[in-house]
Write a protein that binds this ligand. Structure first.
Ligand code: IMP
Length: 184
């Protein structure tokens, strides 16, 4: 889906598909250097991280494995509840594994700090985080994120996997959702 298909629902385009792909290539080069010779497990957080995971995994010139977790900290609103529930757990045994959590966005950071502790407690050799976007509020929770794509303003964004009430995930760019969409 392209800008003209949802133009009325956006106030602006924040990041274009091209900017996103350039950033993913940049992050991939860093990850390749850090994990050369390792057996890396990418853990994608459903559903928002699907696009980041698909592009990052294909860009990486490393043998990787992929697994998925689904957690929920949001309803259909735009505020983090701080409550994390596992909706789908991993299939992989993490004992001794080098794990890289792949996330779309860090807002309050509550989801990720919980997730990292949870994966560490399963005996992983290391658990690092790669997030495409980070909002300013993330500074309030001390989550050490090794790979960050873009620092963005505190707005509700959609596209490239990010949704509002399950819509807009297939928008190719990332845009700021117009208030009339969630206020109506
Ligand atoms: P946190 O626990 O507040 O960091 O919430 C992170 C999760 O909230 C992300 O994985 C997203 O699913 C969702 N989220 C936070 N901000 C946005 C946004 O601007 N657009 C869409 N989803 C968001």
């Amino acid at each position: 889906m392209e800008y003209q298909d949802i133009a009325d629902d956006l106030t602006s385009v924040l990041l274009t598909e091209q900017q996103i792909h350039e950033k993913i290539a940049e992050l991939s080069r860093r990850i390749e250097a850090d994990y050369a010779g390792e057996r890396l497990l990418l853990v994608g957080v459903l559903r928002g991280a699907v696009m980041v995971m698909a592009d990052l995994a294909r860009e990486l010139k490393l043998p990787i494995e992929m697994d998925w977790m689904a957690v929920s900290s949001y309803g259909s609103g735009t505020q983090s509840s701080g409550v994390v529930r596992i909706l789908k757990d991993l299939d992989s045994d993490l004992q001794g594994r080098k794990v890289l959590i792949v996330e779309d966005i860090i807002d309050s950071g509550l989801t990720l700090s919980w997730l990292r502790a949870n994966l560490e407690s399963r005996g992983a050799a290391s658990v690092e985080i790669c997030a495409l976007l980070r909002k300013p509020d993330a500074a309030k929770v001390a989550v050490d994120v090794r790979y960050i794509g873009f620092e963005i303003p505190n707005a509700f964004v959609v596209g490239y996997g990010l949704d509002y009430a399950e819509k807009y995930r297939n928008f190719r760019d990332i845009g700021v959702l117009a208030p009339h969409v969630y206020e109506s």
